[in-house]
Ligand binder design. Structure first.
Ligand code: IMP
Length: 425
């Protein structure tokens, strides 16, 4: 079985929890995009694991692969590897020789670029993601394979510095000695990850040939995709299913199943349009502890947005849906679902691209009653049949609108608070 799991909203859909839940059947878990901007929390037996680079499925798989589409902060990576090795003792860790390196200079550049953007400020995670992908596509980037060659490191750092001199003029990297220190630091960090470096595109394809089950784990969500998200309020990589091929070297033709994860409501960190945002009430943020795993920033929250989900379902060609935080939404007395986008009173049949269109959008909502507290133990024991009627109606409404089945329902952080389709039947 070859599957890909993705977020369908603005990231933070709770993919980590779902991935961990399904990952026991997969031998290999592969991450193919993004870097330390992602943040996922997995709770197992009351113990919380927080990762940014290591995919959540790594806690249960045999092999974890960080693909070439990723951008890696080596210090963060080494810290996470230490945690992973304790949590999953026999894990085999492989890092693509082609993945790109986020250095401290990139993090500085991230902040500088944000300050220049002024009103089109994205609200990035300041993890150096954008500048690292810029260098990748400018063909000046530092790859994992470059770490073992101090001369190449010096040369690349020198080139990046020259190209971005204006942005770096207030940084320590104006000093040649600091650039030399950066090269040496990267070199010595490289020595520490050397044992994990592999030509992972060949490895993944070989694993496939021997019949291994592989899970590709997307980071962020469809609405942050560099091409299809609400540009420019996006991340710097492709976050949709197709990105697994360019980000890992494995053909999309071999994928059996695409699982789209979405939260029962929505959240977003950073700036940009958010049609179903709730402005005047922060109870959902509090109930759902909606604060960024990576930045700690309060997330913006809003109601479920059906037009947006239909769009990301199409982009990813989703086979099945997984919904998270249904328990949290139920705490609201009244629940709204954004059903349609209207501009000048007329429903639009496209997902807008102009930022000005988003200002004109009026969302048509359907209101439904909440489901309050649930008998969680009964639900864990009996599954779908024990769900409150109002919740079942909510789930059915979503399935009808999106035209896909919800196969996994998550009712809480812990692995055991998850109901799957098998239990429904
Ligand atoms: P960057 O990826 O750090 O450049 O940030 C670009 C935008 O994507 C910002 O609005 C971030 O808040 C958002 N973003 C990036 N990664 C994540 C994520 O994993 N979850 C939620 N938002 C994210």
């Amino acid at each position: 079985m070859i599957s890909v799991i993705l977020g369908m909203q603005f990231g933070d859909e709770g993919k980590g929890k779902i991935t961990d839940y399904i990952s026991k059947v997969y031998d290999d878990v592969v991450r193919f995009n993004g870097g330390g901007n992602a943040g996922h929390t997995v709770v197992i037996n009351d113990k919380k694991y927080k990762f940014h680079l290591i995919p959540s499925g790594a806690l249960q798989s045999k092999t974890v692969i960080l693909g070439n589409g990723m951008v890696l902060d080596l210090e963060e990576l080494l810290t996470e590897i230490d945690v992973l090795k304790v949590a999953n003792k026999n894990i085999n860790i492989k890092i693509s020789a082609n993945a790109h390196i986020v250095s401290k200079m990139h993090k500085f550049l991230d902040k500088q670029e944000e300050s220049i953007r002024s009103n089109l400020n994205i609200g990035t995670t300041s993890m150096g993601i954008g500048p690292t992908y810029e260098d990748k596509y400018a063909r000046t980037g530092i790859r994992v394979i470059d770490l073992s060659d101090i001369e190449i490191l010096r040369q690349k750092i020198g080139t990046i510095y020259k190209m971005k001199k204006e942005l770096l003029k207030d940084s320590i990297y104006n000093d040649e000695n600091e650039r030399e220190n950066l090269a040496k630091d990267l070199y010595s960090l490289g020595e520490k990850i050397n044992c994990y470096i592999d030509y992972t595109e060949t490895l993944i394809n070989a694993e496939y040939k021997t019949g291994k089950n592989i899970l590709f784990e997307g980071a962020q969500g469809g609405m942050l995709d560099i091409d299809f998200g609400i540009y420019p309020f996006v991340t710097s990589s492709n976050t949709i299913a197709g990105a697994l091929s360019s980000g890992s070297g494995f053909s999309f033709r071999k994928v059996d199943k695409v699982i789209g994860v979405f939260k029962a409501y929505q959240s977003k960190v950073g700036s940009g349009p958010f049609p179903t945002e709730i402005i005047d009430d922060d109870s959902l943020r509090k109930y759902g502890s909606e604060y960024g795993t990576t930045t700690g920033r309060p997330r913006r929250v809003g109601w479920l947005d059906i037009p947006l989900l239909k769009y990301t379902s199409m982009l990813n060609d989703v086979d099945s849906l997984a919904i998270t935080k249904v328990d949290i939404l139920g705490k609201m007395d009244k629940i709204k679902v954004g059903l349609k986008y209207l501009i000048d009173g007329k429903e639009i049949d496209y997902f807008p691209k102009k930022l000005k269109d988003f200002e004109k959008i009026r969302v048509e909502y359907k209101e439904i009653p909440g489901w309050g507290d649930m008998d969680e133990e009964k639900i864990i024991d009996q599954g779908y049949s024990a769900l409150p009627k109002n919740m079942k109606d909510y789930l059915k409404l979503i399935e009808d609108e999106i035209g896909k089945n919800i196969e996994i329902i998550s009712l809480g952080e812990d692995r055991k608070r998850t109901i799957t389709k098998e239990i429904f039947n």
